[in-house]
Design a protein around this ligand. Structure first.
Ligand code: C5P
Length: 306
């Protein structure tokens, strides 16, 4: 049996970096939002031992360091499933792009594996194992709009906002997240280490007040001055990414930002039509660009299994 899944990407609607912790991670505060761009993951359970992962893109490791491998290895032990797990990754999302590609791949591989094995771990355990593999895996077990705290792995579903058109620009070359954090520590570590010190209370947060008359609440929300701290260290190192942000703004984005530590950027638009036209205009100027839409939690879960 082969299970095929869509592995959707995320963007970050703001990202604040807090204190460097003793475990080498940083306190984070971010809002993740799943979007319609995707990789494809195929999982099958065959006779024999081991886990095999493959991907035609040479930048994706296929050994035990692969996130899908690490995720399935953990789940297989706990579920006591025998047999050979074969995972195929069809890569469309950028590598080291800040869109959570490798993280989403791992979570969809887990879901595919559980379906193929006809067994599943309790939700809490899935979240825990996902967090062990990486800070931005757990969000993909929730989907839609998700508050991320702690090192980004503690996730809380937020009240859904209507789908919003967006354009993703994927400049060539990735950005290393650990290096971006190190650059942050060097430049701003002292200045900012105190303000995110207090742990989040754990109560789910509602992003928009009920009865808000905003025509598009997501666009209203980002106008509140939401920022991604990574821009302050990534843009000086990679000026072309700052240029891409300005190109998105010139193409009519109501809000544009780096996603995660980059290299991808996104722009939010008031209509799909405007986003399509902007993507076309950006491509003509040499920026690899894709028009897509934010995915609500419902849409995310309805579309995951092909
Ligand atoms: O959790 P993940 O594997 O994605 O993290 C990769 C690296 O990014 C970590 O080893 C750490 O250096 C850095 N990181 C961090 N603070 C976070 C998340 C990641 O310093 N909140």
């Amino acid at each position: 049996m082969t299970v095929t899944l869509r592995s959707f990407a995320k963007i970050n609607l703001g990202l604040r970096i807090g204190a460097a912790r003793h475990d080498g991670f940083h306190e984070l505060l971010t809002v993740y939002q799943t979007i319609g761009l995707q990789d494809l993951i195929k999982v099958s359970l065959e006779r024999g031992p081991g886990i095999e992962s493959s991907c035609a893109d040479p930048r994706v490791p296929t050994d035990e360091s692969n996130t899908c491998y690490r995720m399935v290895e953990r789940a297989r032990t706990f579920l006591r499933v025998r047999g050979r797990v074969v995972i195929e990754i069809e890569k469309w999302l950028p590598v080291q792009g800040g869109l959570g590609g490798a993280s989403a791949n791992a979570v969809t591989a887990l879901l595919g594996f559980q379906k193929a094995a006809n067994k599943s771990l309790p939700a809490e355990q899935q979240l825990q194992l996902a967090a062990e593999v990486g800070s931005d895996l757990p969000l993909f077990l929730i989907g839609g709009m998700v508050l991320g705290v702690g090192r980004g792995e503690r996730v809380f579903p937020l009240q859904e906002l209507p789908p919003t058109a967006c354009v993703i620009v994927t400049p060539e070359g990735g950005v290393s997240t650990p290096e971006a954090f190190a650059a942050w520590d060097e430049k701003f570590g002292q200045e900012y280490s105190a303000w995110l010190y207090f742990p989040f209370s754990g109560a789910p947060v509602s992003a928009v007040k009920k009865g808000s008359r905003a025509e598009n609440p997501l666009l209203e929300l980002v106008r509140a001055g939401i920022v991604n701290d990574f821009e302050r260290v990534v843009f000086p190192e990679h000026p072309e990414l700052c240029e891409a942000k300005h190109a998105l703004q010139r193409a009519g984005a109501d809000y544009a930002s780096l996603s995660g530590s980059g290299s991808a950027l996104y722009g939010l638009f008031t209509s799909a039509d405007k986003a399509e036209r902007a993507a076309l205009r950006l491509r003509k100027k040499g920026w690899p660009s894709h028009a897509t839409v934010t995915l609500t939690r419902d849409q995310y879960w309805k579309r995951i299994f092909v």
